[in-house]
Design a binder for this molecule. Structure first.
Ligand code: AHR
Length: 617
């Protein structure tokens, strides 16, 4: 490998080249990053008609002691369903069973309750009689009590908000929340929420999952989908206005592409806040009047354009503007730094896409000339026939095909919009649930993007998260359940590119690559202490050891320092190896010191490996 370190023919890598794509898929948000523990907190998951689906709520007692139903009596206008619980036992009737009767919610396949931690409970209640409720966190069968408190009120004849903090005295990753009573009568419940008080900055983001994202040092965050943005039908698409404001008043919606209900606790405001907390640039993918199965005609698109202009004003308007004032009232008077939007997702070619796209483009550019607009149409082979700042490019394929696409952008247009590779991943048999060989192929692809950073502005892996109880889409970068998390090899592969954002790409070339199984790049970057590093990344997609002769030209004499120079390798014994909850660290980057460094050096790269050689210069 020949590396020209003189920087004469070097390129500046965009600050945004490697980022993340958060989609509400696989319970990434609801039952994932969003720390709400109650699933279907407003009993709305079955839609607005009654009876509605209360799953996963269930009742405690038997049918002669308690009757549970739904009606439309809630005090919340946008989500009218409430749960009606009629207690038949107690006071003159046969006594209630010990512990009482009531309802319970097991959360998203169990709530993670941890000893010593506090959980904030809020719910709304109504009854014509005084209430005496026992609220507890218990093990999955309801037998072991982890935390308990009483809610007593003499007059709840109108809907009344109740709050309590539960202190856990035990731990269980599959716990549930119970609301029970031994008092006869009818009680209505609505909007039952249980939040750990220990979330990232108290914002509601699950700490461990947030940390996984932060660790990637993402240059941008695309959100909230994907197909989630489109919906199978427009009536089920993500509509930002329905996701802001007090959580109790949000209607929630059924994501019909990935087939689950979300209470939309993680809404438009929270996504922008998440990007800000990650220190990254938000990229809002908005619904453009197109779903998988229906479309709004361009002649009728105006309400959709207004919705997006309002959403941009919500994010960026000053605190006196109509929608900026709504944001300010939510505790964020300063505008969010929203500078990128994508008009729809994978919709190029749809009947009304282009006509409507042009209307969105004009309206957005008129109101916000600095906002960069991303088209769904692929401009990698020939220039787009419409104005755009970036074009979207997605690739899901086998390992050899993704590796083989590393050169795709060598010939992409250098004038006009650059590419946003907003979804890439190896899928299918090669990938399983996240294999080494998938990560190695993806690394090769990313090196190709890095080398073409004058034609590619941004790239993100997809999907980011999977709750292991809802594996709608495999593979994914980060796997979790209620209490545990691990990165797949594709997650760790992305760590090798963390320092590339804003770095300098050096000219480098492989002098020999017989089986075309190698690809390499070289960058220089500065760490937080302003120390300069030369990083060479090499992917060996083949199944043989390769001794790579590295020759670095153009360095100042004696500038290479062996102390602090390292080699980091991602590999494993078998290309199909995966991480798991049992062996979360089977395939993770392994770092070692490089004892002998020089302008000429031999480095052995293992089969199916990603190697990073980091030299202090
Ligand atoms: O990443 C999963 C899905 O793949 C996305 O929702 C969609 O954009 C693509 O088809």
């Amino acid at each position: 490998l020949y590396v020209n370190a003189s920087e004469t023919s070097a390129k500046k890598i965009p600050n945004t080249l490697f980022g993340i794509f958060f989609e509400e898929i696989n319970h990434a948000g609801a039952g994932g990053l969003w720390a709400e523990l109650v699933s279907n907190r407003g009993f709305e998951a079955g839609g607005p008609n009654v009876p509605s689906n209360i799953d996963p709520w269930s009742f405690i007692g038997n049918e002669s002691s308690v009757i549970v139903s739904t009606d439309r009596s809630s005090c919340f206008e946008r989500n009218k369903i409430a749960l009606r619980m009629e207690v038949l036992c107690g006071e003159g009737s046969k006594a209630c069973p010990a512990g009482g009767v009531g309802i319970y919610n097991p959360g998203f396949w169990g709530m993670n309750i941890e000893q010593g931690k506090a959980y904030k409970l809020v719910f709304y209640v109504r009854s014509s009689r005084p209430i005496n409720l026992s609220v507890s966190l218990t093990g999955s069968t309801g037998l072991q009590t982890l935390a308990t408190t009483s809610i007593v009120a003499s007059d709840v004849s109108n809907w009344t908000k109740m709050e309590a903090t539960l202190q856990a005295k035990g731990s269980d990753a599959k716990a549930r929340l119970q609301l029970t009573t031994t008092r006869k009568g009818v009680i209505w419940f609505d909007q039952v929420s249980l939040m750990p008080t220990d979330t990232y900055k108290g914002r509601g983001f699950r700490n461990d999952l947030f940390a996984m994202l932060k660790d990637l040092k993402p240059g941008f965050m695309r959100f909230p989908g994907g197909c989630f943005v489109e919906g199978d039908w427009l009536r089920n698409a993500f509509r930002w206005k329905e996701t802001i404001g007090p959580w109790e008043e949000r209607p929630g919606h059924f994501g019909d592409v990935w087939h689950y209900w979300t209470d939309d606790g993680l809404g438009h405001f929270e996504f922008l806040q998440l990007a800000e907390d990650l220190g990254t640039a938000p990229i809002w993918v908005f619904n453009n009047g197109v779903s998988h199965n229906d479309e709004v005609e361009t002649s009728s698109i105006f309400p959709f354009i207004q919705e997006i202009l309002d959403g941009l004003e919500f994010a960026r308007g000053d605190a006196h503007s109509k929608w900026g004032s709504v944001r300010a009232a939510l505790g964020h008077p300063e505008p969010f730094d929203l500078k990128y939007v994508a008009v729809g997702n994978e919709d190029c070619g749809k009947k009304y896409y282009l006509g409507s796209y042009l209307r969105f483009y004009d309206a957005i550019k008129r109101a916000y000339p600095d906002i960069k607009i991303i088209s769904n149409c692929d401009g990698s082979s020939k220039p787009l026939d419409h104005p755009a700042d970036f074009y979207d490019y997605h690739i899901y394929s086998s390992a050899s095909s993704v590796f083989g696409t590393a050169q795709k952008f060598d010939k992409a247009p250098r004038s006009g919009p650059k590419a946003f590779v907003s979804e890439y991943a190896v899928t299918g048999d090669d990938a399983g649930k996240g294999s080494l060989i998938a990560a190695i192929a993806e690394a090769g692809f990313l090196i190709g993007l890095e080398k073409n950073c004058d034609a590619v502005e941004m790239a993100s892996y997809a999907p980011l998260f999977v709750n292991t109880n809802d594996r709608t889409w495999d593979p994914d970068a980060i796997v979790f359940d209620s209490s545990k998390v691990y990165g797949t090899p594709s997650y760790w592969m992305q760590h090798f590119f963390r320092e590339s954002n804003g770095a300098t790409l050096l000219d480098s070339s492989l002098r020999s690559n017989p089986a075309n199984s190698l690809i390499a790049s070289a960058i220089t970057w500065k760490d937080a202490d302003s120390r300069k590093h030369l990083r060479i990344k090499v992917v060996n997609f083949g199944s043989n050891n390769v001794t790579l002769q590295i020759s670095v030209d153009g360095l100042e004499v004696n500038s290479l320092q062996s102390s602090g120079s390292t080699k980091v390798v991602l590999t494993s014994g078998n290309p199909k190896d995966e991480n798991s909850f049992q062996t979360p660290n089977k395939i993770v980057p392994i770092k070692s010191q490089l004892d002998e460094v020089g302008e000429e050096m031999d480095v052995v790269v293992s089969p199916h490996s990603l190697t990073s050689i980091d030299l202090l210069i």
